[in-house]
Design a protein around this ligand. Structure first.
Ligand SMILES: Cc1cc2nc3c(=O)[nH]c(=O)nc-3n(C[C@H](O)[C@H](O)[C@H](O)COP(=O)(O)O)c2cc1C
Length: 367
């Protein structure tokens, strides 16, 4: 579990955060991923089904993240199938033209296929970072395709993949994202981290759970921190359960990571990175956008997604984002129910205008 800046606290409490008006309490070194300087050292995580071009554009408008990531792609879907699998092509929406730096993550277990995919991403798409997925716990990818987190039990294969991809992509840096292991009885992060570094990767991101956990329990930040002494030269990026600016500061201060990656908490709060970056610089807290502003952000998000995916599919896709934006607010359940039925823009806009929750729930959503 990530604790905040009070050394003894087990549970993050905002009241023990550093005084944000008193300047930086400590300084965070620049995060370097090969030739790339990631500033601020706060990364937007890859999330399949979510971190598409529309989401990334909104995050980028707010700022505060030094590196953004796309959705994960299948190396096979990208390389083997003529013109690319439709879903892979969709996942690369915007990648060729959008602002840099940008990381694209890929998965498979075949070093040659991954090398070919990485090479295309590096030289045809000009991405800033090619990331390898060794953490996905989803059955289709791990148990069925022997990829993602399945590979955490096979350091040799991980080493073969990393070195082949590094060779194919040079000078574009290659990074890896892992979990702590497959199960609690099989925690392999140390040997995997070692092999990833020795095989030439430029950074390592660790989600502090094992694959069998999926998202249960809390991320184990002590175990993430232990990897710092394993890595000799490359940076360690910690990930898991960071949902406030204070926890970002605490991750650097208490666990000695070189970078922090945020996933779920920023789905409905794309401004979280900006708030976290300000906290890291010791600046005054950045207020949340007002509920009305948040509603407008959601509506802009919907326009981008519908333009790309069309009326029906676009609005169905937007249901999940709409629920994220509403999360933690009084009336969220009612809003979720209404939005879950929507498949036209007219309907979406009407529901958002009429039912987007305007008030924070204090503790629970009473509706
Ligand atoms: C819907 C969803 C999709 C995800 N997709 C990916 C992915 O494609 N690649 C990956 O490495 N991690 C993926 N993750 C894991 C996140 O990147 C991150 O490691 C995890 O959510 C823990 O971080 P958090 O506590 O900040 O959410 C996904 C997580 C979620 C919730």
């Amino acid at each position: 579990m990530i604790v905040d800046t009070s050394a003894t606290s087990e549970t993050p409490t905002e009241s023990t955060a550093p005084d944000p008006t008193s300047g930086p309490a400590f300084s965070v070194k620049p995060l370097r991923i090969g030739p790339l300087v990631v500033d601020p050292p706060i990364l937007q995580a890859p999330m399949a089904g979510f971190t598409n071009y529309a989401y990334r554009s909104i995050v980028r408008e707010f700022g505060g993240t030094g590196l953004q990531a796309t959705e994960m792609i299948s190396a096979e879907g990208f390389v083997r199938l003529t013109g690319g699998l439709k879903s892979t092509v969709e996942r690369l929406w915007g990648v060729k033209d959008e602002a840099r730096p940008l990381a694209v993550q890929m998965w498979d277990n075949d070093p040659e296929l991954l090398a070919e995919c990485g090479k295309k991403l590096a030289f045809e798409y000009g991405v800033s970072v090619v990331d390898l997925n060794f953490g996905c716990p989803v059955r289709k990818i791990s148990e069925k395709s022997h990829s993602g987190s399945y590979l955490l039990r096979d350091p040799q294969r991980v080493g073969a993949i990393v070195s082949r991809v590094v060779q194919a992509c040079a000078p574009v840096p290659v990074t890896a994202k892992i979990r702590l292991g497959c199960t609690h009885d099989c925690i392999t992060a140390k040997s995997i981290a070692r092999v990833i570094e020795d095989s030439g990767a430029a950074a390592l991101t660790v989600h502090g759970r094992v694959a069998a956990d999926f998202f249960k329990g809390s991320a184990d930040w002590d175990k993430i921190a232990e990897l710092k002494s394993v890595l000799k030269t490359i940076p360690l990026i910690g990930n898991g359960d960071i949902d406030t600016p204070e926890k970002v500061v605490a991750a650097f201060k208490n666990y000695g990571v070189d970078g922090v990656m945020i996933a779920r908490a920023a789905l409905g709060k794309p401004w979280l990175f900006k708030q976290a970056a300000a906290a890291l610089r010791g600046e005054a807290p950045v207020p949340e956008p007002t509920p009305l502003e948040q509603r407008d952000i959601l509506l802009r998000h919907q326009v981008m997604v519908v333009k790309r995916f069309g009326e029906e599919r676009g609005n169905v896709l937007m249901r999940r984002y709409a629920c994220c934006y509403a999360q933690g607010r009084r009336g969220a359940r009612d809003f979720r129910y209404a939005i879950s039925k929507c498949d036209t823009s007219e309907h979406f806009i009407t529901i958002v205008n009429e039912k987007f929750p305007m008030e924070h729930a204090e503790k629970v959503d009473w509706n």
